[in-house]
Design a protein around this ligand. Structure first.
Ligand SMILES: Cc1cc2nc3c(=O)[nH]c(=O)nc-3n(C[C@H](O)[C@H](O)[C@H](O)COP(=O)(O)OP(=O)(O)OC[C@H]3O[C@@H](n4cnc5c(N)ncnc54)[C@H](O)[C@@H]3O)c2cc1C
Length: 417
């Protein structure tokens, strides 16, 4: 018997286990997934919780329900990988041996990394929506917030779903209008980037959208600390941004056990070959999803497209053959913009988000870099596709690799690095 061990039963780990269980003979291969608990979260749903959009029961399901028969789900905290002996240690002392290891433990918001963030104002006037508890606490805070200065803040990049803070800014602006409070609230968007987003065409459009909504933008803001007494963000270059209500996306980091195992970079992401996801310096360890250091967005869509390539590659690799699939960094992300509209962006390692139609070139029905109601409905429909199609490992009729067909090319399509 050969053993495939998958660390993390989130988006990527679940899809990999379910797809490979159908392809690897049960009499030759065991497949084991390890996660700390039995709660699978649909994280894109967190965005809507502060606006009473989703309840906990629509966002959280049992992991067991989604793991195929013939896959063992082990619940426990991962403590350490010892690559030299092909063993994973759990915090409770259990040991799991592997022939092949997939690290799919994602990335986690770490408010502890910014001095002052977890002080007296945490969950009083400082909130995050990157955890379900944070999103629920923010919902309660918004329900009583009726005037003052609301600051949406990104501490550092990369973060998972890098458009989510922009979506929150657009949604809260629309919500304040609907509540009749917009003229009583100042809105600001504070980012370490030099614009609203990373890539030129999308950044220019999203920056215009923030300006149209009278959301002031503070760029190149590298936060040094939060001063909870003065309710102020302080940057390394001495700038200060005051707030009455801070909605922050804390520093995101890979799992600590990755660092303890000597497998991570300075943010605990696993360096991999970006086209095959094979961990640098290892022949039997892969990292898939947010846990790797690939230079594209950390997003569920990326995990999905990457898994499609990874599964075929893994079968070749396990047979001693060269891996013929090449992941291109394909990502697509809906960007909620308020008033029941959304944009869609589609890009990869080499091509920045561009206008056009998706998934059928020139037809759609979704529009790239354009606010439409169809895009918003697409975002809402995605939750059902996630639970019923993607997680069980079924195929969506979407091209794995990004296509340029139907896209409007600017003078240069080179992506900003
Ligand atoms: C607010 C928000 C909005 C988002 N919106 C979108 C969107 O619209 N579109 C999109 O494509 N993506 C979106 N995402 C991102 C998407 O949810 C993630 O990119 C995706 O879930 C990554 O999958 P993953 O398998 O790499 O990690 P995860 O799904 O996070 O899974 C990692 C798993 O590892 C487990 N784990 C970690 N460390 C340990 C340990 N030490 N021991 C045991 N278990 C461990 C965790 O419990 C978790 O289950 C959003 C995320 C957030 C937070």
């Amino acid at each position: 018997m050969r053993a495939l061990l998958i660390l993390g039963g989130g988006t990527a780990g679940t899809m990999i286990a379910n797809k490979l269980r159908r392809r690897l003979p049960a009499e030759e291969w065991t497949i084991t997934v390890v996660d700390r608990d039995d709660d699978h979260h649909y994280q894109p749903g967190y965005l809507f919780v502060p606006f009473a959009g989703y309840t906990r029961s629509e966002i959280v399901r049992s992991r067991h329900h989604f793991i195929a028969d013939g896959v063992e789900l082990v619940l426990g905290e991962i403590d350490r990988v010892v690559p030299e002996s092909d063993v994973v240690h759990l915090a409770d002392g259990r040991e799991l041996a592997y022939d092949y290891l997939v690290i799919a433990t994602g990335t986690t918001p770490r408010p502890d990394q910014t001095p002052g963030m977890l002080g007296a104002e945490w969950r009083r006037s400082i909130f995050d929506f990157y955890t379900l508890e944070g999103a629920e606490a923010l919902a309660a805070a918004l329900a009583t917030f009726d005037h003052g200065r609301l600051v949406v803040h990104v501490a550092e990049t990369p973060i998972k779903c890098p458009v989510a803070p922009l979506e929150f800014a657009f949604l809260v602006e629309a919500w304040l209008r609907q509540e009749g409070l917009r003229d009583r609230v100042e809105l600001a968007y504070v980012t370490p980037l030099d614009g609203a987003f990373t890539q030129p065409v999308a950044s220019a459009l999203l920056g215009r959208m923030l300006a149209e909504r009278k959301i002031e933008v503070e760029t190149d803001f590298l936060v040094e600390r939060v001063d909870p007494d003065r309710k102020t963000l302080v940057s390394y270059d001495g700038r200060e941004v005051p707030f009455d209500l801070l909605v922050t996306v804390p520093v995101n980091m890979g799992a600590d056990f990755v660092a303890r195992s000597g497998l991570g970079d300075e943010l605990n992401y696993v360096p991999v070959a970006k086209h095959t996801l094979l961990a640098a310096g290892h022949s039997n360890i892969f990292a898939v999803g947010d846990a790797s250091d690939i230079p594209t967005s950390k997003a569920g869509s990326v995990a999905h497209f990457a898994v499609e390539v990874f599964v075929d590659n893994f079968l070749e690799h396990a047979d001693g053959l060269p891996m013929t699939g090449s992941f291109d960094g394909h990502a697509n992300c809906f960007v909620e913009s308020g008033d029941d509209k959304a944009l869609l962006i589609d890009f990869n390692y080499d091509t920045q988000p561009l206008p056009g139609k998706y998934p059928i070139p020139r037809v759609g029905p979704l529009s790239l870099l354009k606010e439409t109601r169809a895009n918003h409905l697409g975002k809402l429909a995605f939750r059902h596709l996630y639970w019923n199609v993607l997680l069980p490992g079924r195929s969506l009729p979407l091209p794995t690799h990004m296509s340029l067909a139907g896209k409007q090319l600017p003078d240069t399509t080179a992506k900003e690095k």
